[in-house]
Design a protein around this ligand. Structure first.
Ligand SMILES: NC(=O)C1=CN([C@@H]2O[C@H](COP(=O)(O)OP(=O)(O)OC[C@H]3O[C@@H](n4cnc5c(N)ncnc54)[C@H](OP(=O)(O)O)[C@@H]3O)[C@@H](O)[C@H]2O)C=CC1
Ligand SMILES: O=C(O)[C@@H]1CCC=N1
Length: 274
């Protein structure tokens, strides 16, 4: 059970919407309720549910100001390029003691602290938050107190695990766990294409590949073993898997991931520069 203070989510798209789903769990009480804003009515309408005031800015241009007025936590879920403008818009309406928590990639607390008067934190969640299996990196800003950090932590714990880290490491974390679900889905797509290429139907391929990823992930979680040990148990000496793994090693997947995460990190730095 967790009890949270009034929350506004400005920009409840993929990520903001995922966090909203956590806050709506029966085990969570948000005292004073949840306000969410989006630009379009279509999106706002889909989020209207008891306990949630969902505002479409195309109908209520002052909606962000209305949403933050009595909020203790203001979650910023818009695209990185929009964060500064949004903060300039809401700064005069923020309640005393309100904390701003941004999930935007790259945008630093220093940038945000230059705009809003109070405490600012950064979070980097991921989309498995939708099913309560998110991993969120959380970093304090220079003005946030231990109490602010504890409240922000409690918000993200409604959707999974939280890792408190220094802000200097949050962009790196983003390249692993923030973007990570996309890497996993990409691997699933590639292995599925291979299966289809071998003559399996799409449905058969999906059963095999999705089931294998889910089963392997659950085995990893349930066994408490290291992935290398679980891999060893699949790889019979002189068997078939050994040949397949040798091909993957020859392709140097580790180097590919090094390059991919370096590219994501460079992009985070570009987003920080605005
Ligand atoms: N997707 C992910 O896996 C992750 C994303 N993030 C971060 O989350 C943020 C949002 O990304 P994502 O959820 O993917 O993007 P989405 O486009 O899905 O969500 C952005 C939302 O913001 C709304 N919006 C646009 N302008 C405003 C405004 N002025 N005020 C309030 N709401 C507005 C949009 O509404 P409408 O559609 O109606 O225009 C949309 O629903 C980004 O900063 C990203 O870096 C962080 C971690 C992971
Ligand atoms: O792709 C992005 O920029 C965001 C941040 C991490 C995951 N999605």
């Amino acid at each position: 059970m967790s009890t949270l203070p009034t929350i506004a989510i400005l920009g409840a798209g993929s990520m903001g919407g995922a966090i909203l789903s956590g806050l709506l769990a029966p085990s969570v009480t948000v005292t004073g309720g949840i306000r969410v804003t989006n630009r379009t009515e279509a999106k706002a309408a889909a989020l209207r549910t008891p306990g949630v005031t969902s505002i479409a800015l195309e109908r209520a241009p002052e909606g962000n100001l209305e949403a933050v007025r009595d909020a203790r936590v203001v979650l910023v879920g818009v695209k990185p390029a929009m964060v500064s403008d949004l903060l300039r818009e809401i700064a005069p309406a923020l309640a005393p003691g309100a904390i701003v928590v941004s999930v935007a990639a790259g945008v630093t607390t220093a940038t945000m602290e230059a705009i809003v008067p109070g405490a600012v934190l950064r979070a980097m969640p991921n989309t498995p938050a939708v099913v309560g299996r998110g991993v969120t990196g959380l970093s304090a800003g220079s003005r946030s107190t231990a109490d602010d950090l504890a409240i922000a932590r409690a918000v993200f714990e409604t959707v999974g695990e939280v890792l408190e880290i220094d802000e200097s490491r949050i962009d790196a974390l983003s390249t692993i766990s923030g973007s990570g679900p996309a890497y996993v889905f990409y691997l699933i797509e590639q292995l599925t294409a291979t299966a289809v290429g071998m003559g399996f139907t799409e449905a058969e391929a999906a059963t095999m590949v999705n089931g294998t990823f889910l089963g392997a992930a659950e085995l990893l979680a349930a066994s408490g073993e290291k992935p290398a040990e679980l891999r060893r148990r699949v790889t019979s000496p002189k068997g078939t898997t050994e040949r397949a793994i040798a091909e993957l090693e020859a392709a140097d997947l580790r180097a590919v991931f090094d390059r991919a995460t370096a590219a994501a990190l460079a992009r985070a730095r570009e987003l920080a520069a605005g």
